[in-house]
Ligand binder design. Structure first.
Ligand code: SF4
Length: 223
């Protein structure tokens, strides 16, 4: 089994996911910070509260008092830490000139810039890269590591960057000619499918009897 054949099986099982669930690129970026260490349903509540108070803009978040912002995003947990991170991010975002200016940067420079913001780590930056800026960067999360190490396709101690590169290189090597648009579409769909599978089936206590990958899974044969 290869990383690419897993993609095909997950796509057959769950169908296209059409991510990211947001109305604007800025909403994607806010969601990427709010979703750190919490379920998406909690993020949705915080986003709805920000929208209802007309505070879902970089300018509004930058101007809000920390405590006011923390109260608005309370449903997504770690609200004091996330308020600081959101304000850091929005301050940086505005100082850079906002979406249009950032979108003119090449992919490496944009990723480097996002990673320079206090509170934006590789997974958060790559969520933004892929789903807000449509850049061909694969997103690695805890589900990715868990599913693919159980399948026996990666070492569970593999670092973030080598794992990201492994997914990106395998897709590129499958295609003689692959343009940026096709890479973005593939990474977008694959990460979304991994999240669905990790959340519903390959959980901490896996539901292997329901799994479309069980015939090839090393975890099954080892247990
Ligand atoms: S068979 Fe079980 S351990 Fe393997 S990927 Fe499926 S749910 Fe996860």
């Amino acid at each position: 089994m290869t990383l690419f054949s897993v993609y095909q099986k997950l796509l057959n099982q769950y169908g296209p996911q059409q991510w990211w669930p947001a109305d604007t690129p800025f909403e994607v970026m806010v969601g990427a910070i709010l979703t750190q260490n919490t379920a998406w349903t909690n993020v949705e509540k915080s986003i709805a509260r920000l929208k209802s108070k007309r505070k879902l803009t970089a300018q509004a978040i930058d101007r809000l008092q920390h405590d006011q912002l923390a109260e608005l995003i309370r449903p997504s947990g770690y609200f004091n830490v996330k308020a600081t991170r959101l304000k850091n991010f929005c301050h940086w975002y505005l100082a850079q000139g906002g979406f249009e200016t950032l979108n003119e940067l090449d992919t490496a420079s944009l990723r480097h810039g996002l990673l320079s913001v206090n509170g934006v780590g590789p997974e958060t930056a790559d969520d933004m890269m892929l789903y807000a800026f449509n850049r061909p960067v694969f997103v690695v999360d805890a589900y990715t590591r868990r599913i693919f190490s159980r399948l026996g396709l990666v070492d569970d101690a593999i670092g973030y960057e080598p794992l990201r590169e492994k997914f990106e290189l395998e897709f590129i090597s499958k295609r003689k000619q692959v343009n940026e648009e096709a890479r973005v579409a593939h990474y977008n769909e694959y990460h979304a499918l991994i999240v669905v599978h990790g959340k519903d089936v390959c959980r901490t206590r896996p539901r292997c009897e329901k799994c479309c990958l069980r015939r090839q899974c090393a975890f099954i044969s080892d247990n």
